[in-house]
Design a binder for this molecule. Structure first.
Ligand code: IMP
Ligand code: MG
Length: 333
């Protein structure tokens, strides 16, 4: 059995979607299962000239041989999920746990006004209010919705059985370590713990069944919404570095800063990382665009990676060098 958990090391938008879609094709897991908060997440995946923006489906859906599942800890917006299954050709292999909480209209309304919108800068996706109702034990669950009946399964049983039978399972996190309700920059955080332990609880896998934890860092830090960002650059500086980005879910401009070793070190600790993935190396070293072997990186790019390994005492095994799924250097044995 092998299981790999992939989580974000900063504030989300580290490029997990691209890393996960690569691993989903390369490692050919039997199941790709998503933990995390809910449709507040946005992952962008580029396959040839097609660009997919997913909010509910696991980012590993490009591997048509794998089942994609959503764990019981994740809140689900049925409209968003059903549309993504249709649009992205994932019917017949997409499943939700019977205990997933369901986002309804009232949650969307509550999330788009008041402090959640103005102070926290929430995504307005209804995720926070739905999780609040879950804590109040009033949230409805997926098993009570006819529109989801053909998708319902027991996700913890499925993934633990797959592992028992020697298959590979890929567990994908959403958001990032410092958006965790427990470990992040409270109150400017999301409504769940989104570190590796929380993601494992979301999908129903125990701590002793996890083989690898890959923490994904972007080559620089971005944050969308409010909350502290150490050494934040001005919008002009961000623009001049070519780091301007816009949120997948909300379209808001992301704030930016240099790679932050203090945050990264803490993320390694909180997630018990065994490996690091670094994304968007080509954005800070344009001569690395599309490179697929470490040897072919420029000297400063290699130094950037080896310095991260030295500072964080953890191997950088995956390096993103462009937006396409296979713009990757894979240094795993
Ligand atoms: P909520 O999760 O929609 O309640 O938003 C709370 C905070 O987390 C806001 O600052 C959001 O911008 C941020 N956030 C939530 N999900 C993501 C994500 O997937 N990527 C980046 N930021 C996120
Ligand atoms: Mg995102």
């Amino acid at each position: 059995m092998t299981s790999t958990v992939v989580v974000g090391g900063f504030f989300g938008d580290e490029g997990k979607g691209k890393v996960i879609s690569y691993l989903a094709i390369k490692d050919n897991p039997k199941i790709i299962v998503r933990g995390g908060a809910g449709p507040n997440a946005g992952h962008t995946i580029r396959d040839g000239d097609k660009v997919y923006k997913v909010r509910m489906l696991p980012s590993g859906f490009l591997n048509k041989n794998a089942s994609v599942m959503i764990g019981p800890g994740v809140t689900v917006n049925p409209d968003v999920l059903l549309k993504e299954i249709q649009d992205f050709g994932a019917s017949g292999r997409s499943f939700v746990d019977k205990h997933c909480g369901i986002i309804e209209n009232d949650h969307l309304i509550r999330d788009s006004k008041g402090d959640l919108k103005d102070k926290i800068g929430s995504t307005g996706s209804g995720t926070g209010p739905a999780n609040a109702d879950r804590a109040m034990r009033t949230l409805k669950l997926a098993k009570d919705f006819t529109s989801l009946s053909s998708l319902i399964t027991d996700v913890p049983e499925q993934i633990n059985n797959a592992l028992l039978n020697g298959h590979h399972v890929l567990i994908e996190g959403t958001q990032g370590t410092f958006l965790s309700l427990w470990h992040g920059t409270y109150p400017f955080v999301t409504s769940k713990d989104v570190t590796a332990s929380g993601i494992c609880a979301d999908v129903g896998i125990g701590p002793k069944k996890v083989d690898d934890v890959i923490v994904v860092f972007k080559s620089y830090v971005t944050r969308v919404g409010t909350g502290p960002l150490t050494k934040e650059l001005t919008p002009e500086e961000t623009e001049s570095k070519g780091w301007s980005e816009f949120g997948t879910v909300t379209g808001r401009q992301r704030r930016a800063a240099d790679f932050d070793f203090d945050l990264a070190r803490r993320a390694i600790m909180l997630n018990s990382a065994t490996q690091i993935a670094i994304t968007k190396l080509d954005v800070i070293f344009p001569d690395c665009a599309g490179v697929t072997t470490f040897d072919k990186l420029s000297v400063p790019a290699k130094a950037f990676i080896t310095n991260i390994e030295k500072e964080l005492c953890t191997p950088v095994t995956i390096i993103g060098t462009g937006p396409a799924v296979f713009d990757i250097i894979d240094r795993r044995a």
